[in-house]
Design a protein around this ligand. Structure first.
Ligand code: GAL
Length: 982
């Protein structure tokens, strides 16, 4: 006989799926401390543990809800606490491959199984008719109450309910949870495998006459402003929405003028559904979702989602989240101008959706279904293509739709992620269409898109996205002309883009611009909201963030679970500021003659915003005021003049206009900046390049060569003193510590390997010429890697300029640049610039340019132009995997200061007004070598990189190659900077 955990049936003994809604029905939470014993196989501790009188006194204590692999085990019988982190018994991270043999529906005999026991007391006045609800158990659970088997279930991120014949007084609940089951084959999402009872367990009173299930049909007609409401229920009940004067029976329809629900104005009408014994709370949002003319609309207006993909994650508790953490996510999303969330790749805790209704987020809810690992068998036996799995798949979709059908925030159902094709998708789609005709259905991975109302892809290049916007995309292989024609008529939804792994992503603005240009594109969802790292400690007690590579297990998804806009502890990465800018719902374009306000919102006008202006001179505020911007309707545009006073500038005059919230909202206090724009009104002239002449005497110099405030080493030509500052450099630098995106995806776009194959990370320097003339010093040489014949010939021309030196660098890249093990003809440089070694006393940086966060040529628009002041140590972004970080583009001047060292000032000069800089206490090589942040040590120097140009960041870790325009071309280049100390 097939064991239940290896059966393709989804479960047995469960009650029909139904809506999840707060009600006054009595609930006894069974969350808390249970007894637990882990066993190596599906037999668990054996048959005895279900018995009433079973002695579990020697068992461990286990928090419920939790994942046992993240808990410390302290045996009740004594002994040391044990953590499974970092072991094959603990959390495992795989991306696409299954951690068990691909042998559906079977699993290995090695199948860690947790036996759970809870003894609870039933309140004396508890009425009969009880339901036991598990909100989520990973991956398969069998349940006994007082020794009687109630049923079993798979479908980890979905609830199941069982009739529970409780008895007065003492009750004993026993649950056996298998880490692996047939359900494992349907849950191959790119994430940690985290078994356990990880969501709430509840006992719910269900007296006769309780409302088992209800279905709120709330539609909106944007032409008339009328809302239509009908509530169906399994029990006769009264619907009351006092605010709308509605009091009617279930099954009746009311038509009333209403304000519609949208993500920007999440108007909810609260009410009740009352039967003789139970009152269910209603939170009704009226809205109408429709695809018309190939455009996705809500309430008659196109929607362009400003979305993110969200996994449920906490670095200590995994996918067990408390309400506070959910609110934290939503608040951070709203503040970053995110208005949509894809629940990748499973239904979230139901509370999250209640919060989305209330705070206002469009939700693309995805079913708990992914069979990605079948790719390793050429998609043989893929469950969606095998009728044996039909019930199991339908069960998942049904449980999602039934649970969440009443949420106005949910506007699209997604059948699955990355599960290739199969007839069952047609069955699923048909079931959804019958049960809920009010929402469209998405399935991204079938190239025919026959079971999807959207065309959708992941990670297209900018060019491809633009082509899609114009409905001019290429035809995918293997589809019929009829399928192709239908697909071309569909709206396009970008389920995943901008892979936020490590430093990055770049091009957020570029993607947004394209999305806004085409009505066909209903927006996109950045991958992904949060890094999925787990808090761990090394053997010597050092705290670190654990990722896939920290576990010795095959298969291993590597570091790909650290790809969020937030770090694992929910600190924003610099990408979040960039995203907030790209996702601005109101665009503020500042010009010399005024401000243009584009209201890109779906529903709301701008009357909730206050527009203020500030004039700064080299970062110092000189005047400000409030602008009187008449309310601009959604989709509209307005223009106002800014009364800027005449002000003779000292430095760069910048006019900044901000749109701030005028009143407190649930997600931000009044004054929150929603959008901003800047315009440079005046710039001081860039310092001219000093003249020089090639005439006059030249001399090779003695031991030291001096020029103006500078002293140079006669042999190397390096600057060793500038005024009172002892330093060393500059040397030509063409390398950076690879970012995750520089590593590309497998062999694809793996720039980092090309850089090391071509030796960019191991350059040696040779000086050929140090020649002093009257008004300049010329140093020439070559910087080249070990092994290779290619290199960079350079000339550095130094000129005194008052108390400063102006340096003009000329580089010529000498070939062949192709003679590498990789035979790459297209070797580009990560950076082209200079590196100086400075005393460690330098502790602060002040600069005028973009800031305060790190910026790159393809990700700077979220950082303002201004004067910033930061400690050198705070210029580092602590990526959990060390890599290039902390750059600043468009810097006009930089001043480094510290105790007992003269201030070092760097300025742009004529022709080269700006530069990039990074300053850190370790070299790029140290950064490249480090595996974890704690590997980075103060080298005793401050390393200052002044780049003519550094390449952009992109998102090639899972995505297209870095666009050409953000690269550093390998060509003859000249630039200048000015250095002054003291
Ligand atoms: C997608 C997948 C995500 C994640 C991402 C890369 O293919 O849907 O779950 O794996 O790529 O991080």
């Amino acid at each position: 006989m097939t064991a239940y955990w290896e059966s393709t049936a989804p479960g047995a003994g469960r009650r029909p799926a139904r809506a999840d809604a707060p009600s006054d029905a009595r609930v006894l939470s069974l969350n808390g401390t249970w007894r637990f014993r882990l066993a190596p196989t599906a037999d668990g501790t054996g048959p005895g543990f279900v018995a009433d009188g079973f002695d579990d006194s020697g068992w461990d204590e286990m928090r419920v809800p939790s994942h046992w692999v993240l808990e410390e085990f302290t045996p009740l019988a004594g002994g040391p606490a044990r953590s499974m982190l970092g072991t094959a018994e603990g959390p495992l991270y795989t991306n696409t491959a299954y951690p068990i043999p691909l042998d559906p529906p079977h699993v290995s005999t090695e199948n860690p199984t947790g036996d759970y026991r809870l003894v609870f007391e039933l309140p004396d006045d508890w009425v009969d008719g009880t339901v036991l609800r598990f909100q989520g158990v990973d991956s398969c659970a069998k349940v006994w109450l007082n020794g009687t088997e109630l049923g079993w279930s798979t479908g980890s991120r979905l609830p199941f309910e069982l009739d529970a014949p409780v008895r007065p007084g003492r009750n004993v609940l026993a649950v056996r949870v298998h880490r692996w089951s047939s359900g494992t084959y349907l849950e191959d999402q790119d994430m940690w495998w985290l078994p356990g009872i990880f969501r709430d367990v509840e006992l719910i009173e269900r007296p006769p006459g309780a409302i088992d299930d209800h279905y709120v049909h709330a539609d909106y007609d944007h032409e008339t402003g009328t809302g239509t409401l009908r509530v169906d229920a399994t029990t006769e009940a009264v619907v009351e929405i006092p605010e709308l004067g509605i009091r009617m029976a279930t099954g009746e329809t009311a038509r009333v003028p209403v304000e519609p629900w949208s993500a920007d104005v999440p108007r909810l009408y609260r009410g009740t559904l009352r039967s003789t014994v139970e009152t269910v709370e209603l939170a009704v949002g009226f809205r109408h979702v429709e695809i018309t003319g190939g455009v996705f609309t809500v309430n008659g207006r196109p929607v362009t989602f400003r979305g993110v993909n969200r996994h449920e994650h906490h670095p200590d508790t995994g996918r067990t989240l408390d309400r506070e953490t959910m609110v934290q996510d939503i608040v951070a999303m709203k503040r970053a101008n995110v208005d949509a969330v894809r629940t990748s790749h499973y239904p979230p805790h139901p509370e999250f959706l209640r919060l989305c209704d209330e705070y206002g987020l469009w939700v693309l809810e995805e079913c708990d279904l992914e069979t990605h690992g079948f790719i390793y068998a050429g998609w043989e036996k893929n469950p969606p293509a095998d009728p044996a799995w039909r019930d199991a798949l339908l069960d998942r979709v049904r449980r999602m739709v039934e649970r969440d059908k009443n949420h106005p925030s949910v506007v699209i159902w997604s059948l699955a992620n990355e599960s290739w094709t199969g007839e069952t998708f047609t069955v699923l789609r048909q079931w959804v269409a019958d049960r809920d005709p009010s929402r469209p259905v998405l399935y991204e991975r079938d190239p025919s898109y026959r079971d999807s109302d959207f065309y959708s892809l992941m990670y297209p290049s900018l060019e491809d996205l633009d082509r899609i916007g114009r409905r001019a995309e290429d035809t995918p292989d293997g589809v019929t002309p009829a399928e192709d024609e239908r697909r071309r008529s569909l709206p396009f939804l970008l389920v995943e883009y901008a892979h936020a792994m490590g430093n990055g992503p770049g091009s957020l603005q570029d993607y947004r611009r394209i999305m806004l240009e085409h009505d066909r594109i209903c927006g996109g969802f950045v991958w992904e909201w949060i890094d999925l790292g787990i808090n761990a400690v090394t053997a010597d007690g050092t705290a670190h963030v654990m990722h896939g590579e920290d576990i010795d297990y095959e298969p291993c998804g590597g570091r790909f679970n650290l790809d969020g806009l937030l770090f694992s502890d929910r600190t924003p990465t610099p990408a979040l500021a960039e995203l907030a800018k790209a996702y601005e719902p109101v665009r503020v374009t500042v010009g010399a003659d005024g401000v243009l306000v584009d209201n890109l919102r779906h529903t709301a006008d701008t009357s909730d915003l206050t527009f203020t202006w500030t004039l700064t001179d080299d970062g110092e505020p000189v005047a400000d005021g409030v602008l009187d911007v008449p309310a601009v309707g959604a989709g509209g545009q307005g223009r106002v003049a800014v009364p800027v006073p005449a002000h003779p500038p000292r430095g760069t005059l910048v006019l900044t206009v901000e749109a701030r919230t005028a009143a407190d909202a649930v997600w931000a206090p009044a004054g929150h900046v929603v959008a901003w724009g800047q315009h440079v009104l005046a710039e001081p002239p860039v310092r001219p390049l000093p003249r020089w002449s090639d005439d006059g005497d030249r001399a090779p110099g003695g031991a030291d060569v001096t020029l103006g405030p500078g002293t140079f080493d006669a042999a190397t030509g390096r600057l060793v003193r500038l005024g009172d500052l002892a330093l060393d450099g500059p040397v030509l630098d063409v390398h950076r510590a690879p970012t995750e995106n520089d590593h590309g995806q497998g062999d694809l776009n793996d720039l980092a390997s090309v850089w090391s194959a071509t030796g960019l990370d191991r350059m040696l320097h040779r000086t050929d010429l140090v020649e002093r003339a009257d008004d300049h010093l010329r140093v020439a040489g070559r910087t080249a890697p070990t092994t290779h014949a290619h290199g960079v010939d350079w000339t550095m021309l130094w000129q005194p300029d008052g108390a400063a030196l102006v340096l003009t660098v000329e580089v010529e890249l000498t070939g062949p640049w192709a003679d590498t093990p990789h035979r790459h003809r297209d070797i580009l440089l990560p950076r082209l610039g200079l590196r100086l070694s400075l005393p460690s006393a330098y502790a602060r940086a002040r600069w005028f340019g973009r800031g305060p966060g790190e910026t790159y040529v393809d990700s700077f628009e979220g950082s303002r132009l201004g004067t910033f002041d930061r400690a050198v140590d705070d210029l580092q972004t602590p990526y959990p995997v060390p890599q290039e970080n902390g750059n600043h583009v468009q810097t006009r001047w930089l001043e480094l200061t510290g105790k007992d060292v003269p201030p070092l000032r760097v300025d742009g000069v004529e022709g080269y007004p700006t530069f990039d800089f990074t300053a850190r206490r370790w070299t790029s090589q140290d950064l490249q070598r480090a595996r974890k942040p704690h590997d980075l040590r103060d080298s005793g120097r401050v390393w200052l990189n002044l780049d003519h140009r550094q390449q952009g960041i992109g998102s090639a870790s899972v995505g297209p190659a870095l666009p050409e325009r953000y690269r550093v071309p390998r060509e003859r280049t000249t630039w200048s900077v000015r250095l002054q100390a003291g």
